[in-house]
Design a protein around this ligand. Structure first.
Ligand code: NAD
Length: 526
């Protein structure tokens, strides 16, 4: 009954609206937040293990990629022993947290969403400084975080209620969803708040306890979010916060025998490594560890002869260069049919020339920096490979606008479907344009990588769209719109093949990954 009442009180889920930065009051709020947060850069953050604030002799720093001399936060380098202790504490907390009635856990998420709404601009400012997101991209990251709290909170209320079973004569039978245990949450840096928070809150709301190890490129945002969860009433031993090297601390957390599951989002290489580690039974381990592994992409947009060319050019540009191409959903291949190939390239070149690159805190820039020095090097190396594999149409090197890690939006045309820049995830502002004979050939090329995350088709022909709906093998397919920007609830997100386990974040199946079902049947004696 409580469940039903709370559902009514909460209303249906709807997405958090994005901030309209053309309104003077919103621009002022963001400028004020950037100023406030600038005064808080460079502070030190401890590990949080069962509420204890722990510092270590060795530190690591997070820097602002728009201005690499600026330290955003100083963090602890946890040892293997501290990582192990975090799992032990989370395991102890699980014995208590799992007993709290399932419909009570969502309250903390709804409170966290409310706090986030109040500090929206401030949190967006942290995202802007720590990972180089422009204002609208940073705002979207926080809006998605709020959405995850609101959506998973409601989902848990649904799952905590009675579940439909076929009645058995002479028996009383029912099914309940129960939590699994200790979650190790390993997020990437590119949605530093939303993806990290999504995996954490999905675990907490299902009654599991968490050790979160954020990416070394975005620990400050994770620390701020964990503090918000504590403020919202999540007990400190239910979410433990451990920073340190991915390979040392990450491996220790994954291997620990009391780790029950790993929720990971990141590269294919790390995801496969985690899958392998988690599959090995450790001494004293009582269960098969679950892994939820969301990985990379080599996403394509098909531009067909029957497309609205202007809208295709716009969609490809925004998908390829929004957040510097550092989204798993980013368009890194435009597959264009022969008839309109030249016209498309001409228009694309004009459009890309208009993109402004520079520090993320300046709202005039559409593109900010790439996340760090090694990403910059790796992307520039790929551009050199690309120059040999096709014809450079736009960009082709660093953008010398400031001292940060800026790269020009780069387009390389005439690329063969099997070229390295058409097959390997670059994760930067580099678009390969691949010519296709016709629509069927375009579909074949689109499917011919090991990934399968997002895809797009621009065409006015409904038959072609229908064909693509069936044949284009990706987890998230978009027609006549950009292939980025999945919305919680509307576009459950996750990919096929080497793009991951297709967990469909922000969808109605997601929480089941963090639960197990128990069926109880009792013979009725009359
Ligand atoms: P990454 O694989 O380098 O790192 C991801 C996380 O794994 C980080 O927290 C890192 O510290 C940790 N890690 C590294 N080595 C580890 C180990 N041995 N054991 C345990 N943890 C370890 O990825 P990244 O650069 O942070 O993120 C970019 C990648 O993420 C891209 O490939 C992108 O496509 C992918 N991504 C996928 C999705 C999706 O939903 N499919 C969403 C966002 C990003």
């Amino acid at each position: 009954m409580v469940t039903v009442e709370r559902k009514i009180q909460r209303g249906e889920f709807s997405n958090e609206p994005f901030v309209n930065f053309s309104m003077p009051e919103n621009r002022k709020a963001m400028e004020d937040a950037l100023k406030k947060v600038a005064g808080e850069l460079g502070r030190e953050y401890p590990l949080y293990i069962a509420g204890e604030k722990i510092t270590t002799p060795e530190k690591m720093t997070s820097i602002n990629p728009s201005h690499p001399n600026q330290v955003v936060g100083i963090f602890q380098k946890a040892t293997i022993e501290l990582a192990n202790r975090a799992v032990e504490e989370a395991n102890r907390a699980f014995e208590r947290w799992k007993r709290i009635p399932a419909e009570e856990h969502p309250e903390c998420l709804f409170r966290a969403a409310e706090i986030l709404r109040q500090r929206k601009f401030e949190m967006a400012a942290w995202v802007c400084y720590e990972v180089g997101k422009t204002w609208p991209e940073a705002d979207a990251d926080i809006a998605e975080t709020i959405d995850f709290c609101e959506f998973y909170g409601r989902e848990m209320l649904r799952l905590a209620g009675p579940q439909p079973l076929t009645p058995m004569k002479g028996e009383k039978n029912y099914l309940v969803y129960i939590p699994l245990g200790v979650a190790v949450v390993i997020p990437p840096w590119n949605f530093p708040c939303a993806i990290m928070a999504g995996m954490v809150v999905a675990s907490v709301v299902t009654g599991n306890t968490v050790v979160v190890k954020p990416s070394g490129d975005s620990p400050t945002i994770a620390a701020k979010f964990v503090e918000i969860l504590y403020e919202a009433g999540v007990p400190k031993d239910v979410v433990n916060f451990v920073t340190g090297s991915g390979s040392t601390v990450g491996d220790a957390l994954v291997r620990h025998p009391k780790t029950r599951y790993i929720a990971f989002t990141g590269s294919k290489e790390t995801g496969l490594h985690i899958g392998e580690q988690a599959a090995k039974k450790q001494p004293g381990q009582m269960w098969i560890k679950r892994t939820v592994l969301e990985m990379g992409g080599k996403d394509a947009i098909i531009v067909d002869d029957e497309a609205d060319l202007d809208s295709a050019v716009e969609g490809v540009t925004v998908s390829a260069f929004g957040y510097q191409g550092q989204k798993c959903s980013a368009c890194s291949r435009a597959i264009v049919t022969q008839k309109i190939y030249d016209a498309f390239l001409e228009k694309l070149k004009e459009r890309v020339a208009k993109i402004k690159v520079g520090p993320a805190e300046d709202p005039d820039n559409f593109m900010g920096p790439v996340v760090n020095k090694s990403a910059m090097k790796s992307i520039l190396d790929y551009i050199e490979v690309g120059k040999k594999e096709g014809k450079l149409i736009a960009g082709g090197g660093p953008a010398k606008t400031a001292d940060g890690y800026f790269i020009q939006p780069t387009v390389i045309a005439g690329v063969s479907p099997k070229a390295r820049i058409a097959q390997e995830e670059i994760f930067g502002p580099v678009l390969a344009v691949i010519p296709a004979r016709d629509f069927d050939n375009a579909l074949e090329i689109a499917n011919d990588t090991e990934f399968g995350l997002t895809g797009g088709v621009y065409s006015r022909n409904p038959e072609k769209l229908e064909k693509a709906a069936e044949a284009f093998h990706v987890g998230n397919l978009y027609f006549n719109r950009k292939c980025t920007g999945a919305m919680v609830g509307a576009h459950p997100f996750g990919g096929f093949n080497m793009s991951g386990t297709d967990s469909k974040t922000g969808g109605k199946d997601y929480l089941l990954l963090f639960l197990q079902a128990k069926t109880v049947a009792e013979k009725i004696t009359s």
